[in-house]
Design a binder for this molecule. Sequence first.
Ligand code: LLP
Length: 418
Amino acid sequence: MHYFKLKGKYLYCEDVQVEDLAKRFGTPLYVYSQRTLREHFDKIKKAFKAVSPLICYSVKANSNISILKSLVSRGAGLDIVSAGELYRAMRAGCSPKKIVYASVGKTAEEIKQAIKLGILMFNVESLSELAQINAIAGNLGKKVDVALRINPDINPKTHKYITTGRKETKFGIEIGSARKVFLKRDNYPNLNIVGVHIHIGSQIIQVGPFIKAIKKILKLFKELNKKNIKITYFNIGGGLGIIYDREKPQTAQEFSGKALPFLKEKGLKIILEPGRFIVGNAGILVTKVLYIKENPSKRFIVVDAAMNDLIRPALYGAYHKIVPAKKVTRSQGYKVTRKADVVGPVCESGDFLGKDRKLDVAEGDFLAVMGAGAYSFSMSSNYNSRPKAAEVLVKKNRAYLIRKREDCRDLVGKEILL
Ligand code: LLP
């Protein structure tokens, strides 16, 4: 569900015409719908209402501070993985008491800073990190709350690059070691080991793997309970899949329907960390058709956005729907032509946004790459010395620039000419 709809022949974001935005702000341009992202946040909150969860939006999915603010002002906490994300969280006005901090490679400096700010907890990914946080907390004279990120060794049935809860991945602590840590928690006098965190992967379509992982952890809780070790927090991660093409992902309601019976009335505080579910379909990438070129075996639509703006197709073979910002009919001189690859200007054959698409467009027209709210701008780069795109947030009938387009000075701003 989202608020990018065709009205007549024009694509709209809420009550604003996308083509107008392209002309006003230039392209490539990211356009986000605030209503879409807020409704997704509300949906998941409502679905899990029975356990009053803390929903920590996963900043890496889309880290623009205005996007964060839209969610924080609605009660969201944030899931972060770096000092940069912590900085963004503070700029967006998030209370440190609603911040959880994952990452397999937190530096001593990052840990120190987060402790000083008083975040809710670290999600700890190794025994060495646990010792490190314990030592730093001791030096600062603080007692710090942590959760152990357990790797439950569950196959989430998604792309292998975004599978994170199998034993061959780098994430989390294996369940046996985690059990030992709980039993020997006195070894960490400066830590309160208050919870368990799991996150088994991203773009997960079926509810089964989530439930398997949850059950595995609840079994551990039961064992620990018998030894009088009480767990306060259970962070069940993010990972809910969305529709890019013809996927039929579980809804928030279906997910909670299956999960809640296991989570309710256990006296646990539940945390969720959705990223894509909230922003994925709340954004599009608008791009201009520069050239159309054909050879006997192929037709190409060359656009002004590229893999540096949106790397998901190149990196994961991900599918994003591509639609014209203005629908043009055959009678207006357009004819349905051969299928074409939609490609960018970057010097790599992997630089494509879509393959074999049937699109009625002419040079100078605008296209919208759908489902570009999550892991799109946030994964963009300056490859080929391309300035990063601008970002616009639409609220009903108004559009706000929330990130200026970079220019060439930004590209070399940090460089030193010898
Ligand atoms: N929590 C943790 C610890 C995570 O590592 C992630 C995502 C999330 C929550 C949020 O997951 P989500 O609800 O968005 O699935 N770049 C890839 C996705 C990488 C996901 C990384 N971790 C893509 O474009 O598909």
